[in-house]
Structure formats: structure tokens, C-alpha cells
Design a protein around this ligand. Structure first.
Ligand code: F6P
Length: 348
């Protein structure tokens, strides 16, 4: 008997989502006996019964494309009982035997509850440029975002040097400093500031002034959007808006400006800011992300085929494994101290 499996993409998009969708569908064709259903706009599509077929022809030519052919949203099924009930009714109406959810902490958090509380056959695939999902070494999308941020840091060097300026580059990553740490290290930034460690402005200014003493009149500072200044109003994050999303998340942004102002005041250097924003999420995935996404997609379909539910596919070393979705309850995966402290070797 043919089995029907739904696929959805939730939360912020990231490069590699289409590669996963393609891999899941191709693996299902490889096995035979499956009908794949695309659920549009994340959990919202389940609430509103919005679907699209996912046959071979629907996934042709999408491997290299950024974004998601399914669309996405930050809909939280658990925001109200009515939404959850509608979603459960539609899951039945769609005749689904299982659901593969591609998402970050929020989307996978809903997946975890659907499995634990409603006994829905769910498999999770960890996506996010932030790389902050516990249980996996890397999420797909991260490598692409780091590549884009690194290129930006590279480009900022020549203009900073020409003008004797300090250039602050604000990158995404929400409450985790992975993008900042990786791009800062890869791009040779003079300081990398992350949410995990409150910013010591004096330390940053010392780095800049030490460079000056050595005759180097420019510096590049990479700051993660979620980083907080130590002394400033009890280490509060800088927000771009007071709005919260469906999952209660704040909208970060603006720390670069705040920091630049203080640096300029304290060092006297003309200091400018570049905010990379959604450029880090758009466009074509790197080969590394395409391969990771493809391996995740295949592993997710393998898990469905084996009847292994309530799990997330994950990368451990170079192996793709499955890990219980329950593990997500432990919280986010943030940058560890040792790794961050090592980057200080290259400050200044
Ligand atoms: O989680 C991915 C991410 O890009 C974060 O780095 C960032 O804080 C957030 O999403 C931005 O969300 P939105 O696209 O809704 O503005």
C-alpha cells in the first residue's frame, strides 16, 4: 500500500532547504511505494490545508536554488489550541502516515511536541544559518552564511585600510555567535564579539589602539547581532523592533551602530558599520551545504522507511545519525569558551 509522507519547511529560510526536499523525494522514488506531499508555509500549511504535490518533476532543477519551493512561516501551532486542533484534523484529512519537518529550534520544537503529545510520526531535519541546534555538529545553511560573511570581511579590509577606519560588521546568528566566530576567524577580523560573552568595549578599543601603535590605522570588528555590551544597561540586547514573533522571539539588530559610536568616541577613529542582514540567508548554497542537505534528506527518508520516528537527523563527525527530538529540550548549542578564547590569538 502506498504511504503518504508530508514535508514542510518552517522558520527563517536558509540555503539548502530545496536540496533536502529534492533528496527526500528522490529517496522516496528510489524506494518506491510513497506519495510525497509538500505542505506550504511551514506549520501554517497544515492549519490551512495548503499543499502541493512533490513528484520528480516538482524537484527538478532546485538543488542549487536558495530559499524553499514550499514557502515558510514562523507559525507556532502551540500558540492556541484551535490551531493545533485544525492541524491535527488536516493531518488526518491529508491521509499522512508521517511528516518530515525541516526547521530550527522553533519548528523542531513543535515537531517534538507533536510526536510526544499527539503521537504523530515526525522526523526532524535541522536547518538554520545560526548553527545553534543541539545534537548536531552542523546545520546546513551555516556554511553558506559563513562564506558570505567571510567575503564581506575580506572586502571590508581594503576599504578600511584606504580610509584609516574602524569597520564594524554586524552578522546574524540570533543568540549564538557561530557565524561571527567562524567568519571572524576565516576573515582575519581584529576582534569577534558574540552573545555568549558580554562585550568589553575597553578591551576592543585596546586592540584597536595597539594596532595604531604598531602603525596599523584600520581595524575590522565582527559583531554578532545578539551580542551585548557589558556596561550598557545591564547587558541588554539591542533590538531592531519591539515586535515579538509567534514563538516570542525578539527581533535583534543595531548592536553594530551602538558599538561603532562608542568605539569612535573612545579611540577617535572614524568608525562605520556594515549590517549584512538577510544577504547571509539568500542565494545559492555552497557545495558543502548541498551535500550536507542531501545527506540529511536521504537519512530523513531512510528513517521514515524504517519507521523510526520522534528523531532528528544529525551530523556527528562525518557520520549522519538520528537523535531523539526530545534532546532539543536541552536548549541551544552556543559557542564554547575554549573555541572562542582560541580566536583571541588572532585579535589585533
Ligand atoms: O534564525 C535565522 C535568522 O536569520 C537569525 O539569524 C535572525 O536573527 C533571524 O533569523 C531573522 O529573522 P527574520 O528573517 O524573521 O527577520
Amino acid at each position: 500500500m502506498t504511504k503518504r509522507i508530508g514535508i514542510l519547511t518552517g522558520g527563517g529560510d536558509c540555503p539548502g532547504l530545496n536540496a533536502v526536499i529534492r533528496a527526500v523525494v528522490r529517496r522516496s522514488i528510489f524506494f518506491g511505494g510513497y506519495e510525497m506531499v509538500g505542505i506550504k508555509y511551514g506549520w501554517r500549511g497544515l492549519v490551512e490545508n495548503e499543499t502541493m504535490p512533490l513528484k520528480r518533476e516538482n524537484v527538478t532543477g532546485i538543488l542549487h536554488r536558495g530559499g524553499t519551493i514550499l514557502g515558510t512561516s514562523r507559525t507556532n501551532l502551540y500558540k492556541g489550541d484551535e490551531m493545533k486542533q485544525k492541524a491535527l484534523a488536516n493531518y488526518k484529512k491529508m491521509g499522512l502516515d508521517a511528516l518530515i519537518a525541516l526547521g530550527g529550534e522553533d519548528t523542531l520544537g513543535v515537531a517534538r511536541r507533536l510526536y510526544q503529545e499527539e503521537k504523530i510520526n515526525v522526523i526532524g531535519v535541522p536547518k538554520t544559518i545560526d548553527n545553534d541546534i543541539i545534537g548536531t555538529d552542523f546545520t546546513f545553511g551555516f556554511d553558506t552564511a559563513v562564506g558570505i560573511a567571510t567575503e564581506a570581511v575580506d572586502r571590508l579590509h581594503s576599504t578600511a585600510e584606504s580610509h584609516d577606519r574602524v569597520l564594524v560588521c554586524e552578522v546574524m546568528g540570533r543568540h549564538a555567535g557561530w557565524i561571527a566566530t567562524y567568519a571572524g576567524l576565516a576573515g582575519g577580523a581584529d576582534a569577534v564579539l558574540i552573545p555568549e560573552k558580554p562585550i568589553d568595549v575597553d578591551e576592543v578599543c585596546r586592540v584597536i589602539m595597539n594596532r595604531k601603535k604598531q602603525g596599523v590605522n584600520f581595524s575590522i570588528i565582527v559583531v554578532a547581532e545578539g551580542a551585548k555590551i557589558k556596561e550598557a544597561a545591564s547587558e541588554k540586547e539591542v533590538l531592531s523592533s519591539q515586535k515579538l514573533d509567534d514563538f516570542g522571539h525578539v527581533m535583534l539588530g543595531g548592536i553594530g551602530q551602538v558599538l561603532a559610536k562608542v568605539i569612535e568616541e573612545k579611540t577617535g577613529f572614524d568608525t562605520r558599520v556594515t549590517v549584512l542582514g538577510h544577504i547571509q540567508r539568500g542565494g545559492t548554497p555552497t557545495a558543502h551545504d548541498r551535500i550536507l542537505a542531501t545527506r540529511y534528506g536521504v537519512a530523513a527518508m531512510d528513517a521514515a522507511h524504517a519507521g523510526k520516528f520522534g528523531v532528528m537527523v544529525a551530523l556527528r563527525g562525518n557520520e549522519i545519525v538520528t537523535t531523539p527530538l526530545a534532546e532539543l529540550a536541552k536548549g541551544l548549542k552556543t559557542v564554547d569558551d575554549t573555541f572562542y578564547e582560541m580566536t583571541k590569538t588572532f585579535w589585533g
